[in-house]
Design a protein around this ligand. Structure first.
Ligand SMILES: [Zn+2]
Length: 251
């Protein structure tokens, strides 16, 4: 639905734990735009960007690790819409990774990797507090947008850990919503396909439209966040467009 962007001159290519990674220039632009506000300084913005880069890489490495375990050969792309881990379907024959369970585990592994990093961070910070290295810690509900306060003597490190924890938990939770093209959308498709056959694809698209639409409304009413509203509005629209493409077919 939202495919990989074409290769460009500004691409950054490297290998991480044996997995090829490509960063498209739009990734930096969108990440900077997300962290920018009139009162945000250059160092703060840069810290935010490193936290986004690290948490998205951890998320995608979660997907890639499970793909590898299934004998698939994954690669990671970071682009304007976040991250994407893909494998060549023509070289996946015989792998259980393409089964329902395999696909679900691959999708779950991204958010799970982020939650794991957040848990390690939380444990480390609690220990730091006990040891007197951190002033105060407060982990509040992840459903509020900026709930975490980590008091460290080094403000920049405190901000970095805050951002990292925030992105790993919130982005992991958002990714589990049954919305295309998020991980939760892939999971709901696999489950509904299993129960309803080909009709399951249409059902999962309908579910995606409803949940994305609700999130768009919630984004405006509750968080007054137009970016979130636009993002989920776009997801609802693209699910609707895909559903239309299925209309008139026999399933
Ligand atoms: Zn993912």
């Amino acid at each position: 639905m939202i495919g990989e962007p074409p290769r460009s001159q500004g691409d950054l290519n490297f290998t991480l734990l044996g997995i090829p990674v490509r960063i498209h220039p739009l990734f930096w632009l969108v990440t900077a735009a997300l962290g920018y506000a009139p009162n945000v300084g250059a160092a703060e913005l840069l810290t935010w960007m490193v936290a986004v880069l690290l948490s998205i890489l951890v998320h995608e490495l979660g997907h890639a690790g499970v793909m590898r375990a299934y004998g698939l050969q994954p690669w990671i792309t970071l682009y304007g819409m976040g991250g994407l881990t893909s494998y060549d379907p023509s070289r996946s024959s015989g792998s259980k990774g393409t089964d329902t369970l395999g696909q679900i585990l691959i999708s779950l592994a991204g958010p799970a990797a982020g939650f794991l990093l957040a848990a390690v961070l939380a444990a480390g910070l609690l220990l730091a507090e006990r040891g007197g290295y951190a002033g105060y810690l407060l982990f509040a509900s992840p459903f509020r947008l900026r709930p975490y306060v980590i008091g460290l003597a080094n403000l920049r490190l405190g901000q970095f850990l805050n951002d990292l924890f925030f992105i790993c938990t919130l982005w992991g939770l958002v990714n589990l919503l049954p919305i295309y093209p998020l991980d939760g959308g892939h999971i709901s498709r696999e489950i509904l396909l299993r129960f309803f056959g080909r009709r399951g694809i249409r059902l999962s698209l309908m579910l995606s439209i409803v949940v994305a639409g609700l999130m768009a409304v919630y984004g405006i009413v509750k968080w007054h966040d137009w970016f979130l509203a636009l993002l989920f509005g776009y997801f609802a629209y693209s699910s609707y467009a895909t559903l239309q493409a299925y209309a008139g077919r026999d399933f």
